[in-house]
Design a protein around this ligand. Structure first.
Ligand code: ATP
Length: 199
């Protein structure tokens, strides 16, 4: 599995549609300070489902949308599409090429798609987490992040390892199932009370 290309439209400093093609191996992004190198990495994290504005170096999620410059008005939406080569079947989906897309509108609405078919954020997160690319994005090591891993306490460090090993997904599913069970139990108790009252 490797990243084949990424297209940004209205994402941060990339107002016009910009496509980057990646070959297998190492890709370097080179440019002067403030030219948008980190924005490329932010786009990668964002399209893979990142939900934290701070992780994307913004104050609020809307900050990923092109905010305008002296010569160009702000845009109403940001869009990123990432195409992944899946000939080795690392992603659990029957396609040799997978394109995931994310669109966000300034009014707050969001859309996600896998190979052009609308889907939920959860579908993208689950698709990627099976390949070891998780929602916590530990495959993207940002500036200063190595420090954070080294300074993490035992619990936090365990979460990093679980995420990389793909355990976190199952833990989250278990937590969700337990929450549903709790809600179900509360409903059962309520029904039992009502039946007792009606007798
Ligand atoms: P450095 O080498 O200093 O780390 P960099 O090449 O990584 O810099 P980035 O941090 O990726 O640069 O890009 C910063 C630029 O992106 C700034 O000029 C900033 O104004 C611009 N930018 C960030 N968000 C937006 C936005 N929503 N709309 C327009 N421009 C934006």
């Amino acid at each position: 599995m490797h990243l084949k290309s990424m297209t940004l439209r209205g994402f941060k400093s990339f107002a016009s549609a910009t496509t980057m093609r990646f070959e297998p191996g190492i890709t370097c992004v080179v440019g002067p300070n403030g030219s948008g190198k980190s924005n490329v990495v932010d786009a990668l994290a964002w399209v893979m489902g990142e939900q934290g504005a701070k992780s994307l170096r913004g104050g609020k999620m809307e900050d990923v949308i092109f905010a305008g410059t002296a010569g160009r008005p702000p845009l109403g939406r940001a869009e990123v599409s990432l195409t992944i080569d899946n000939t080795d079947g690392a992603l659990p989906i029957d396609y040799t090429e997978v394109t995931i897309s994310r669109i966000m509108f300034r009014n707050g609405g969001s859309e996600y798609a896998i190979n052009g078919t609308a889907c939920r954020l959860l579908d993208i997160q689950e698709l990627l987490s099976d390949s070891g690319i998780g929602r916590e994005m530990h495959v993207i090591v940002g500036q200063g992040q190595l420090d954070a891993v080294l300074r993490a306490g035992p619990e936090e460090r365990r979460a990093f390892i679980e995420e990389a090993a793909g355990v976190l997904k199952h833990r989250k599913r278990k937590e969700k199932a337990l929450r549903k069970l709790d809600a179900m139990q509360a409903n059962l108790t309520r029904i039992t009370d009502l039946t007792t009252e009606l007798r």
